[in-house]
Design a protein around this ligand. Structure first.
Ligand SMILES: Cc1ncc(COP(=O)(O)O)c(C=O)c1O
Length: 377
């Protein structure tokens, strides 16, 4: 098992940061890269035309490695909503067909489907919260021959209940439904392989568990959709874009693979090198190792929560990285203010306190949280 990686980060001793699901910190190394890339912009003559392509190439490789894909299957997007808009633009839904989403799913993975439903006459079916926390069974039983799209995640963003995407992928393929995933709340913390799940589209933001910058993420597009329509018609996605002298020789063809789906100005000279560095760290540590480490922390959270009679989701259906403590009638106001006074950072989502440790946390952070919670209850 890996050890706590706090030495890589700049987190002061009096801060207990258990909120990666809100926003992950950069490493000190990624921040140094960012300072350098800002300095580089003081001297645009130091930015070569080849950088427009080489800088994103590093991101494609690291992102592909993370999910067992090919670099040519990855495109750079500025947000999850952008990536999901690519999926919504390219998937066909017929009148009367259903688009499945989970109850209280993150809105970026809901609004695009509402719009698609309005345009096509398809309808949204929302899978209700399962009483037994078994989202996988609930989603599987909702997928049928009339399903056009299954738009889900592999853990519920509010409390970390887990979904078995291998099973969901299998059932989606069996009924010819498209599988679209937003893995923002787990990628980098829980293993995921496109080889095992075979989604049509998978999108993630980089600024949480991938410890990357804001306004930067990526989409995996399955090769069967590589002839699809991009959201933008950027010069940089077209054939021969490398030839800056001849860009006005307009080309009908795009570059191969998923290149056509890249956002305009994908070669973000400040964010892309930071993102590549963060992805490289996650790959070097190994997501399996990270998941095992985080599981040891969420298990400790469970033990401490149960010891003081708090209600945590069933461990059988829980993601390794994210855990919700449910307060039923809402989290008492004074708890949030006590935690803030003690510089303990967690999120309140719905009726739960959401605790999301990452590689810079250790058991002492968990103990500090529960010592304060115990006193405040
Ligand atoms: C599950 C999930 N998806 C996506 C996002 C961010 O979406 P966007 O990039 O569209 O702002 C968040 C942010 O909290 C999230 O929790």
């Amino acid at each position: 098992m890996i050890k706590c990686q706090k030495h890589l980060f700049d987190i002061p001793e009096d801060i207990t940061y258990l909120n990666a699901a809100y926003m992950g910190p950069l490493t000190k190394q990624a921040a140094a890269i960012g300072r350098q890339t800002i300095d580089d912009k003081l001297k645009p003559w130091s930015i070569a035309t080849s950088d427009f392509f080489d800088i994103p190439e590093d991101v494609y490789h690291q992102a592909a490695k993370l999910i067992e894909a090919q670099p040519s299957e990855i495109a750079i997007v500025p947000s999850v909503s952008y990536g999901l808009a690519i999926a919504a633009k390219n998937i066909k839904a017929e009148k009367g067909q259903k688009i499945l989403v989970m109850a209280d799913q993150f809105p970026s993975n809901v609004y695009c489907w509402k719009e698609l439903a309005k345009e096509t006459g398809a309808f949204i079916e929302t899978v209700s919260w399962p009483d037994d926390n078994n989202w996988t069974a609930a989603i599987l039983s909702a997928i049928d021959d009339n399903t056009a799209i299954v738009a889900v995640a592999n853990a519920h963003w509010t409390n970390g209940t887990k979904i078995d995407l291998i099973a969901v992928g299998k059932k989606s393929r069996a009924v010819s439904a498209s599988l679209v995933l937003d893995l923002t709340q787990t990628l980098g913390a829980i293993p995921f392989s496109v080889k095992e799940v075979d989604p049509d589209y998978m999108v993630t933001a980089a600024y949480k568990w991938l410890l990357g910058p804001y306004s930067f993420g990526f989409i995996y597009v399955a090769p069967r959709h590589h002839a699809g329509r991009p959201l933008e018609e950027s010069w940089i996605t077209r054939k021969d874009a490398h030839n800056f002298a001849r860009l006005v020789d307009y080309k009908e063809d795009y570059q191969p693979g998923a290149r056509r789906f890249d956002m305009g100005e994908k070669s973000n000279f400040i964010n892309a090198p930071i993102a590549a560095s963060s992805l490289r760290l996650i790959n070097e540590l190994g997501v399996e190792n990270i998941a095992r480490y985080l599981k040891s922390l969420t298990e400790h959270i469970t033990k401490r929560a149960q010891a003081i009679g708090l209600n945590v989701s069933n461990s059988e259906h829980r993601a390794e990285n994210l855990i919700g403590i449910n307060f039923g009638d809402g989290v008492p106001d004074h708890i949030a203010s006590t935690l803030a006074d003690e510089k303990i950072f967690v999120s309140i989502r719905g009726d739960s306190i959401r605790i999301s440790p990452h590689i810079y946390n250790d058991r002492k952070d968990v103990d500090r949280l529960f010592d304060v919670l115990e006193g405040a209850l």
